[in-house]
Ligand binder design. Structure first.
Ligand code: C2E
Ligand code: MG
Ligand code: MG
Length: 785
């Protein structure tokens, strides 16, 4: 869906709709008003026309009457005619009447005696009967003349009756015009009105009805007119509907006495309105044109608003997708210009804020290098494109101790310097990140084993140059593991695990650089089968304890040793503890193993005791053992059964033993201490516990890790660390043991620095109990450091 187009459509549509309907409303109002006014005007005008028509009609009738009267009077005064009347000379009467009638084009002429007998009738040669209008005859007799509109043979006539005197009235003559279509047409020409003549007739059933006599109306309407007129019509102006058309109508009674003859004057309202309709059409056209113009103007206006809005909307979508780069250029001096300006300001603010957030999320604040999250994302991205790459993981050995002994400020400075130094060695395209407290990782794109190793060697050698921090020279030593994609893993997690394992072995085996090798995997599949083997090994005595002396450097008896487990596998041969102890910890088998070792060590101690040798044996226990609540009871039990004194048993625990659940571990250590067992902190300096933490632990011995001892020289950097650790240990009331003494020089230095005991190949490798006894008797007895 094109979301960008939606608001434009809506806004212009809404604007057009609003303005359009408003305009339409106004237009409709104006048109209605105009048509209403026109109708009123036309109606008034029609009324006037009708009244005028009525006057004209009356006048025409009056003229006719005068003409008729004139002609009749001339005839009545004619001597010969009077003679003919007196003598009842019918043929003379008829021809004279005919003659005069012809002169004025009258339609009818009659002559009658005063008694009403007809003397002549232009309608009929056979004169007989009575004069049809006795009232007119009477009136003429009394007044000399009379006139009226009369109905004769279903026709209307304007009739004039005049008396014939000799000199007394002797007869009457009548002359009349037929009121017919010709009259109606003439009148229409004069007045512009439709004229209809109707006469009222009595039907056979007695009802009265109007019958049309003549009309200028179209024939289709005349029936409707006759039907609509009431028997006694109102003579006011009124509106009649003929074939659904309105006619302004005026009814004029012609026959004065009974109103049985009427003239209907009419004008069609529609026709009268016709010229005005034209005006209305013009108005409508004008209105519609204005409407169309307004709509076009609205759309243009709306576009002017919507287009920049759309532009901003597109920019907002871009921002949504994380693109903050483009400025929206909208040069306008109006509110939209202001909006664009505000939008740009907002965009910049969001961009800088997002940059800050990204920095926080992706940068290590101390070294300003990328952090683990960023590194992982980049690695994932690179692996996603199936490009080869190498990952290097570099660990600063013993950094924690440096931090603790030389101070955190100096530690931080060292870390920054280390970061800078590493960064200076990277080829372009490589990414350096700080991924742990003292761990740095490098992502080297397009690299295989050769390039990976070359960079690893370069980094390790540059890191071996001394650092100067806080006015002191410090030697950092590093362990480095690396892995190569796709050989060592195609996915981020696999590759990171591989490089972890490589680093682990680099540290463990105290080699500077280790490339990952599946054979190194601490928990590889074959370990599963080893699980069964280990259980069997415990049961079938494949495990052995070897003993290594903890030589008393200050002189005296050498009655301390450490028991170290050895496994001679029937098919795999010798398996070093580092290959199965961590695994046993994972599976929980370590509990059983530890108990076996303790039992074994105690039985050895008892054996030696029976031979008169009082030997203190230290056994290593793992972090998991410190969470084993039944360990205390087991130890108490075993000690009691073995009859070996508790103080002859020692337990060595590494710092990592306290990390998971320090409270619980501490509580168990207190209980063990209460039993009289001697406790030692093993591999001190490699873990993360601070020296201050040591104070809280119920331990009596501190074993300095062999990494500090191996390259010990009087003037080396490690000297300061080792000496201060020995001093500190003593200050805390602890015995200090140095592990990994391989040379006589080291032994002498440690002795001079008041280290209590020393352990290492220089004195003896770990050996079976018999060999140990042998060493003790041969060498140990007279050993002088
Ligand atoms: P650790 O407790 O620190 O033991 C000392 C290790 O240093 C032993 O390695 C020992 O053979 C070695 N070593 C002693 N002197 C020297 C020396 O002069 N030079 C060098 N390069 N190495 C020296 P090992 O026996 O392979 O044991 C390794 C680790 O395995 C032990 O470190 C301990 O953490 C663990 N371990 C060994 N036996 C047991 C055991 O019975 N139970 C438990 N839980 N862990 C054990
Ligand atoms: Mg140990
Ligand atoms: Mg150790």
């Amino acid at each position: 869906m094109n979301t960008a187009a939606t608001p434009r459509r809506q806004l212009s549509r809404r604007l057009a709709l609003t303005y359009g309907s408003l305009l339409l409303l106004v237009l409709a109002g104006v048109l209605w008003l105009v048509s209403q006014m026109q109708r009123n005007l036309v109606t008034t005008q029609l009324q006037e026309e009708l009244q005028l028509g009525q006057a004209v009609f009356a006048r025409a009738l009056a003229q006719n009457q005068q003409q008729l009267t004139q002609a009749a009077k001339v005839l009545a005064a004619d001597y010969g005619f009077r003679e003919a009347i007196a003598s009842r000379d019918q043929s003379t009467i008829t021809s004279a009447l005919q003659n005069h009638r012809g002169r004025i084009n009258a339609d009818i002429s009659l002559a009658a005696g005063l008694d009403g007998d007809l003397l002549a009738d232009s309608r009929d040669d056979q004169v007989s009967g009575l004069f049809p209008f006795p009232e007119l005859l009477q009136q003429a007799r009394l007044q000399g003349a009379a006139s009226a509109i009369v109905s004769l043979d279903e026709q209307a006539y304007q009739l004039v009756v005049v008396t014939v005197r000799a000199p007394q009235p002797i007869a009457v003559i009548a002359m009349g015009f037929l009121i017919d279509a010709a009259v109606a047409n003439d009148l229409q020409k004069l007045t512009g009105l439709h004229v209809s003549f109707l006469g009222r007739h009595r039907e056979a059933d007695g009802t009265q009805r109007w019958r049309l006599q003549a009309s200028t109306l179209p024939p289709a309407l005349t029936d409707s007119l006759a039907q609509q007129l009431p028997v006694q019509p109102d003579q006011a102006i009124q509106t009649l509907m003929l074939a659904e058309q309105a006619y302004q109508t005026l009814i004029v009674a012609l026959a004065e006495q009974d109103g049985s003859e009427i003239a209907v004057l009419q004008r069609s309202l529609e026709q009268a309105l016709a010229p005005h309709r034209q005006l209305q059409r013009y108005l409508l056209g004008l209105g519609l044109a204005a409407l169309a113009l307004a709509l076009v103007a609205t759309v243009i206006l709306a576009r002017g608003i919507v287009r920049p809005l759309q532009q901003l909307q597109t920019a907002a979508h871009r921002m949504e997708a994380g693109d903050y780069a483009v400025d929206e250029v909208i040069h306008r001096q109006d509110e939209i210009g202001d909006l664009a300006q505000a939008f740009n300001t907002m965009r910049e603010t969001i961009a800088s804020r997002e940059q800050q957030i990204l920095d926080l999320a992706y940068r290590d604040p101390l070294t300003t290098l990328p952090n683990r999250t960023y590194f992982t994302e980049q690695l994932t991205r690179l692996l996603g494109s199936a490009a080869p790459c190498a990952v290097l993981l570099l660990d600063l050995d013993r950094f924690k101790l440096i931090n603790n002994t030389l101070g955190h400020a100096l530690g931080d400075e060292l870390l920054r310097a280390a970061g800078e130094r590493l960064q200076s060695q990277l080829p372009s395209g490589a990414i350096l990140a700080r991924v742990g407290a003292d761990e740095f990782a490098v992502l080297l794109p397009d690299a295989g084993d050769r390039a990976g190793r070359a960079l690893a060697e370069q980094l390790v050698s540059i890191m071996q140059l001394p650092f100067v921090a806080g006015g002191q020279t410090v030697d950092l030593r590093v362990s480095l593991g690396y892995a190569v994609a796709p050989d060592d893993g195609k996915q981020t997690s696999a590759l990171l695990r591989a490089v972890d394992v490589a680093l682990y072995y680099s540290r463990q085996q105290r080699r500077h650089i280790v490339r990952f090798d599946p054979a190194l995997q601490p928990f590889r599949a074959e370990h599963l089968s080893l699980l069964g083997d280990l259980r069997r090994a415990v049961a079938e005595n494949e495990l052995r304890l070897f003993y290594q002396p903890k030589v008393n450097l200050q002189g005296g008896d050498h009655n301390y040793c450490e028991a170290l487990v050895r496994w001679q596998h029937p098919s795999r041969g010798f398996i070093p503890p580092i290959d199965f102890i961590p695994f046993a910890e994972q599976t929980g088998d370590i509990k059983r193993l530890t108990r076996w070792i303790i039992a074994r060590a105690l039985s050895q101690a008892r054996e030696w005791q029976q031979q008169g040798i009082r030997m203190h044996i230290a056994v290593n226990i793992s972090a998991h053992d410190l969470l084993d609540e039944s360990l205390r009871d087991f130890l108490a039990d075993s000690l009691e059964r073995s009859t070996v004194s508790a103080e002859c048993l020692g337990l060595e625990v590494t710092e990592s033993g306290f990390i998971e659940e320090p409270e619980r571990a501490m509580a168990l250590l207190e209980q063990l201490r209460a039993l009289g067992i001697k406790l030692a902190i093993d591999d001190f300096g490699t873990g993360y516990s601070s020296l201050a933490y040591l104070k809280k632990l119920p331990v009596q011995e501190l074993k300095i890790d062999q990494t500090f001892i191996r390259q010990l020289r009087a003037d080396g950097d490690d000297a300061a660390i080792v000496r201060s650790t020995i001093e500190l240990g003593h200050n805390l009331g602890l015995q200090v043991v140095a592990e990994g003494i391989e040379t006589r020089e080291q032994a002498l230095l440690l002795r001079d620095w008041n280290c209590d005991r020393g352990q290492g190949y220089h004195f003896s490798r770990p050996v079976p109990a018999d060999d140990f006894l042998h060493w003790l008797q041969q060498t140990g007895a007279g050993l002088r450091v």
